[in-house]
Design a binder for this molecule. Structure first.
Ligand code: C2O
Ligand code: CU
Ligand code: CU
Length: 492
């Protein structure tokens, strides 16, 4: 059963606080080869070599669990979408057709594009309609993504499958000779958690936890694969990881105790590779890893308990917050590679705080519910920023074109919130006065703000002035976003 937020709120009194039911089965080891989304590199066409992409948003059915069929939605397929790949400087034109019988939108997460092509809540694609955004790729090399951004229904549509990956390469990244054969030694991992009813359908918004903590499941899907393993044919592999979950925060690490070698984050490669035992990955955040394997070696990428995990749903087959994501299996004779790791990667753009024209403060608010208060059928969940819930008709912030600004995000709530800003990539200045973690020192578009913490980011709002069409900033916990923890800014 899939309920919208409004249905959920209206039906809240009837929906008891029962834990989600219908655990389907226990984890059975790594039995399914990892699915790799199709690669789409566009057709040259139209004027001046614009790359054309056709995306069809459709509904279908998917087989995640043996013997069960799940109603899903996806792009050019029943669940998730193709991986789009192009280069900085390319001009792209996308034809996004909505073949669903409900409205949707498709947002280019992390992209610096004009607001009217951003695919946010205002760029609604009605059933049967085609939306045709076009823009120049002005990104640094990294892995971005696209997903539904329908107001108050983003969480539901993304949970059903409306998301895909968008890879950008540039001169700098190509010169580094990193593994880049898609699906062979350059492997995307979209990590999501889902709950299934006994009839195979996804459960969504069936408990109070869904509304407050955010939607969580007890089954991990990686690229839509349950219990996945992936055969690595090369000695060195690049793993590009997206936390595509609605609300769950992962603490990634290897089961063999070896450090993760992190080379990139949300919006760019890092200045230099960093070794970390564990990396926290909040919804919408990305990291890139390099993994070197010995012949026959097996390593499991795991999630470990994290401090912000209070209220997390227990994972099927997991223990005390520890559960597997994907098993990496090296072939018996992997092709050898150049095993030296570049000491320096890229020059990460940065802005000096002294350049900043102003600091704006964004305080994240939510009413923490207690069971006693969760009674009235018309109960709203007041989640907001600076005391306001999202209003499509209200512009919250006007940013002068070309200005460098510091945005200070304060979390006045009991839960962690991944804060995301459209249009730009930022640098994290500090978290409660301390420098960001090593893997957070590239360009980013989403940053985790822990309960009670304050994070400062700095960025520049260049290129696209438009007094009418707003960009969004919001919590990327999709249930929080849908409940109003979102605001709108225009660049003027
Ligand atoms: Cu990933 Cu407002 O988006
Ligand atoms: Cu976005
Ligand atoms: Cu949140």
């Amino acid at each position: 059963m899939v309920l919208s937020r409004r249905d959920f709120i209206v039906g809240a009194a009837a929906t008891t606080l029962a834990l989600p039911s219908g655990r389907v089965r226990a984890a059975e080891g790594f039995v399914n080869p990892l699915r790799i989304p199709a690669l789409l590199e566009g057709k040259k066409g139209g004027d001046a070599g614009t790359l054309q992409f056709d995306l069809d948003v459709t509904s279908g059915r998917s087989n995640f669990l043996p013997g069960l069929s799940t109603p899903t939605i996806g792009i050019n397929g029943p669940y998730l979408g193709p991986t789009i790949r192009c280069r900085a400087g390319d001009r792209v034109a996308l034809r996004v057709k909505n073949s669903l019988d409900e409205p949707t939108t498709l947002h280019w997460h992390g992209f610096h594009v004009p607001a009217r092509h951003d695919g946010g809540p205002h760029q609604i694609i009605n059933p049967g309609q085609v939306w045709e955004p076009s823009f120049e790729i002005k990104q640094k090399a990294s892995m971005f993504w696209y997903h539904s951004h329908l107001v108050e229904q983003t969480g539901e549509q993304v949970a059903r499958g409306l998301a895909g990956l968008f890879l950008i390469e540039d001169e700098e990244s190509r010169a580094l000779e990193l593994p880049s054969e898609y699906g062979v030694d350059d492997i995307p991992l979209v990590i999501q958690d889902r709950r299934f009813s006994s009839d195979g359908s996804f459960e969504y918004m069936t408990s109070m936890g869904d509304a407050e903590v955010g939607y969580q499941g007890d089954v991990i899907l990686v690229n839509g694969t349950v219990d996945p393993y992936v055969e690595l044919r090369r000695q060195r592999t690049r793993l590009r990881i997206l936390n595509g979950s609605n609300s769950r925060i992962y603490m990634l690490g290897r089961d063999d105790g070896t450090d993760l070698l992190v080379i990139g984050g949300d919006g760019s490669l890092l200045g230099r590779p960093v070794r970390m035992k564990r990396v926290t990955l909040a919804p919408a955040e990305r990291i890139e890893l390099l993994v070197d394997m010995q012949p026959g070696q097996r390593v499991t990428l795991m999630s470990y308990p994290s401090a912000g995990a209070m209220g997390d749903m227990k994972m099927r087959g997991g223990r005390d917050g520890v559960f597997p994501i994907v098993e990496l299996r090296a072939g018996t004779r992997p092709d050898s590679a150049n095993v030296s790791i570049p000491e320096r990667l890229i020059q990460v753009p940065h802005w000096n705080p002294a350049q900043a024209a102003r600091t704006r403060t964004f305080t994240l608010n939510m009413m923490t519910m207690s069971i006693g208060r969760w009674t009235g059928p018309a109960m709203e969940l007041p989640m907001g920023i600076n005391g306001h819930s999202m209003d499509m008709d209200r512009i919250d912030v006007q940013v002068p074109l070309g200005s460098v600004e510091i945005w200070e995000i304060r979390n006045a709530t009991q839960l962690p919130h991944p804060f995301h800003i459209h249009d730009i990539q930022f640098r994290v200045l500090d978290r409660d006065g301390s420098p960001p973690q090593p893997h957070e020192q590239g360009l980013k578009d989403t940053v985790l703000v822990d309960s009670g913490s304050t994070v400062r980011v700095i960025t520049e709002f260049a290129d696209f002035a438009d007094p009418k069409n707003p960009y969004m900033y919001h919590c990327h916990n999709l249930e929080h976003e849908d409940a109003g923890m979102m605001g709108q800014f225009v660049v003027v």
